[in-house]
Design a protein around this ligand. Structure first.
Ligand code: PXP
Length: 241
């Protein structure tokens, strides 16, 4: 069964719109767990636009399932990770202008810096995943660094405008997944997935983990967090059976 990680940044986005105390990402994480989330994912950005330092502290203590800390490969974030020791760190690129994480890490270009970050995290006993585009060179570079997993960026698939484009992007994800499966890396995926497009990705045989945020948090406004997560879990389990 594929693990479902719920990215709760978007709960903090609503709170930060008013810089108040509600909604609370920790409460949202607890409700997501009740709905069957296997993991809670949170991204602490350098600009602190949604999740704050105190959220990461609180989530790290409160989350009962796996806790996946998403961050950039930067000193400040690495020291938080090494102190809190989440179950997993997913290293992502960050760009101040972007609305959300736009592309995968360029592991080929930034190989040395990323290698140092990976070493430091692994020496602290942390499972490391790199968020990469479904590209041969990036996956090969991630495998060479000896990380435990890659999370394939499904943004291009999710943003496809035509059925043909969708098939092309799905094919890229399938090819990339086969490359990951032939390496020691574990296979994760996420970004832009929703209730309509998740199933073809969930059918990729080697997939172990999906991280989904915006769509589930959006649906939770209508049906509540528990039901929103349960519905997503059900779609994923129907896809794989
Ligand atoms: N995985 C990673 C690495 C991400 O950066 C994000 C977005 O924060 C997600 C998954 C979830 O994306 P979405 O909110 O579009 O479902």
């Amino acid at each position: 069964m594929i693990r479902l990680g719920i990215n709760i940044d978007h709960v903090a986005t609503v709170r930060q719109a008013r810089k108040t105390f509600e909604p609370d990402p920790v409460e949202a994480a607890t409700m997501a767990e009740r709905g069957g989330a296997d993991q809670i994912t949170a991204h602490l950005r350098a600009d602190r636009r949604h999740i704050q330092d105190y959220d990461i502290e609180a989530l790290s203590a409160a989350v009962q399932v796996k806790f996946n800390f998403e961050c950039a490969s930067e000193e400040e974030m690495l020291s938080i990770a090494c102190r809190l020791k989440p179950d997993q760190v997913c290293l992502v690129p960050e760009n101040r202008q972007e609305i959300t994480t736009e592309g995968g890490l360029d592991v080929v270009t930034h190989r040395d810096t990323i290698a140092r970050s990976v070493d430091r995290l692994q020496q602290n006993g942390i499972f490391v995943s790199l968020f990469v585009d479904p590209e041969t060179t990036q996956i090969a570079a991630a495998a060479e660094l000896g990380v435990e997993a890659v999370e394939l960026h499904t943004g291009a698939y999710s943003n496809a405008q035509t059925a043909e484009q969708l098939q092309q992007e799905l094919a890229k994800l399938e090819v990339a997944s086969a490359q990951v499966a032939a390496s020691p890396l574990r296979l994760h995926a996420g970004h832009g997935l929703n209730y309509s497009n998740v199933q073809p990705v969930a059918r990729i045989a080697e997939l172990e983990e999906l991280n989904i945020g915006h769509s589930v948090i959006a649906r939770s406004i209508s049906v509540g967090m528990e039901s929103a997560v349960r519905e997503m879990k059900q779609l994923i389990s129907l896809a794989v059976t």
